[in-house]
Design a binder for this molecule. Structure first.
Ligand code: AMP
Length: 198
């Protein structure tokens, strides 16, 4: 099963994805983590994207699609993927569909960590900044990341809703409560997939 953890920056996509890796053995593919790794190892790619990330803008579709393509090849036997922070544009979503189609697979589920209160998100991210020291977790940069999410990424929900694969959870509930809602959805979806076609 391939699933996308979807939601605005700060909604807890990475936290929930990491839990699913340890609980269910999926492979987590986070383009944000890949880009941060490229930066900390000082690769040409890392240097190229540093300024873009620090402003809270989106790195080009071409770059992130290539990163995902590479990782799909590395993990060719994975039981399933959790995409976290990818796709962020319709072009990325279309590319992901094509890459998975090439493996005889598809995006099976989109778990939307729904957040209605942006001020609460900003408070959360400021807490994360204090704990992890991420350069792009300042209020100003976060507001730009949220603006990019609203302008470019949120419309992906419509893209996936038209495929009937979006499930919503309350993103501002506690980590445990979001994990419990997500687990329930995954179990339901797995149950549906096991039922023989009638
Ligand atoms: P994240 O950790 O997912 O919030 O990503 C951190 C930053 O990396 C974002 O603000 C973007 O600059 C860049 N980034 C991560 N994933 C993507 C993506 N799928 N498309 C474009 N830029 C991305």
């Amino acid at each position: 099963m391939n699933l996308i953890m979807f939601g605005p920056p700060g909604a807890g996509k990475g936290t929930q994805a990491t839990r699913l890796v340890s609980e269910r053995g999926y492979v987590q593919l986070s383009t944000g983590d890949m880009l941060r790794a490229a930066r900390s190892s000082g690769t040409p790619l890392g240097e190229k994207v540093a300024g873009i990330m620090d402003r809270g803008d989106l790195v080009s579709d071409e770059i992130v699609i290539a990163l995902i393509e590479e990782q799909l090849e590395v993990h060719d036997k994975a039981p399933g993927f959790i995409f976290d922070g990818f796709p962020r544009t319709v072009a990325q979503a279309e590319a992901l569909d094509g890459l998975l189609r090439g493996r005889g697979e598809a995006v099976d589920l989109v778990v939307n960590l729904r957040v209605d209160d942006e001020d609460e998100l900003i408070r959360r991210v400021q807490k994360r900044a204090a704990e992890q020291g991420r350069a792009d977790d300042t209020e100003e940069v976060l507001r730009n990341r949220l603006a990019n999410y609203n302008a470019l990424t949120a419309e992906l929900l419509t893209y996936y809703e038209s495929q009937g694969i979006v499930r919503h959870v309350r993103g501002l509930d506690s980590i445990e409560a979001v994990a419990a809602q997500t687990a329930e959805i995954l179990d339901e979806e797995k149950g549906k997939r096991k039922q023989p076609a009638s």
